[in-house]
Write a protein that binds this ligand. Sequence first.
Ligand code: KG4
Ligand code: ZN
Length: 352
Amino acid sequence: MIVLGIETSCDETAAALVNDKREILSNIVLSQIADHAPYGGVVPEIAARAHLDHLDRLIAEALEQAGVGLSELSGVAAAAGPGLIGGVIVGVMTAKAIALARNLPFIAVNHLEGHALTARLTNDVEWPFLLLLVSGGHCQLLLVEGVGSYRRLGTTIDDAVGEAFDKAAKLIGLGYPGGANLERAALTAQNPGRFELPRPMLGRPGCDFSFSGLKTAVRRCLEPLAKPLSDQDGADLAAAFQTAVGDALADRTARALAMAETLAPACRTLVVAGGVAANKSVRARLDSLATRHGWRFVAPPVALCTDNAAMIAWAGLERLRLGLTDALDFAPRPRWPLDATAPKARGAGVKA
Ligand code: KG4
Ligand code: ZN
């Protein structure tokens, strides 16, 4: 089985091929960072047009690199949401066109399920597992019981953690996109204990997250500092921020481990996924937490944590194996929760 995956839900245009032996035959990611950098964030209309400009060529390259013809495909999968709808439509329409022309099954993949199942592509991970999904748009703890089967244990009540990284990086003047830049700056800190930042939600019942207070606290730390900010001030503040985020993630995840042990006693694997899972200090914190609790810890390789199409192809393949294909009138979804039954998060800054 070979599946073509297409990812266009945010600011990466990507195409990849994976097979049912868990081999990534090709994996091409074209970042639009340069297109959006002048605006300090992703501009949806620019993103959609850039996907349209490049996607056909990337798909041809992915097939060529893999040495696979369209006739050898078993199915075509596209991220069909959640995400910036203009871009999602580009990817879904392209996948549907190939599926129709070649009489192949079409698989509408939830972008979040792509992140969620990546660990099953890269490691031997069985159901159930506990997933910490940390990306630019989401911060959730989920019990994953099978393909399409998710129980949300906690979520953010305001900002996503990647969004918090990006906003803190912008405040510190580290540019866009912020997460990786902030991690790099934190490595050069000389006095990481110099700034005191809050640990939002620490010790609270449940395992919801909150990050907007942290961003405000970073702004407050910056006020008395000389401008332009010295590299050292920036690095120390970046390190303080990263430590505070690590504490918050570890505290909330520890609670989720306990919840998972009750809900699904067979669950002994903690998986982290999404762009923020690329962060080495976050990975190290979660690794030691899991080890302390006698759990296994799995984090996909860094390049498969940030958005890519191999994860979409793999999630598509997992669905295809179960006969979970979609009709060609499937409508792209700007919002698409993994656990549609989860109660709405409550908090001051909750987004719809
Ligand atoms: O999963 P992803 O590529 O896209 C979404 O689905 O949102 O995640 C992007 C997010 C951005 O907020 C970015 O700043 C963050 O992941 N990120 C990082 C790192 N690399 C990417 N955050 C912290 N440390 C990193 N090394
Ligand atoms: Zn993502």
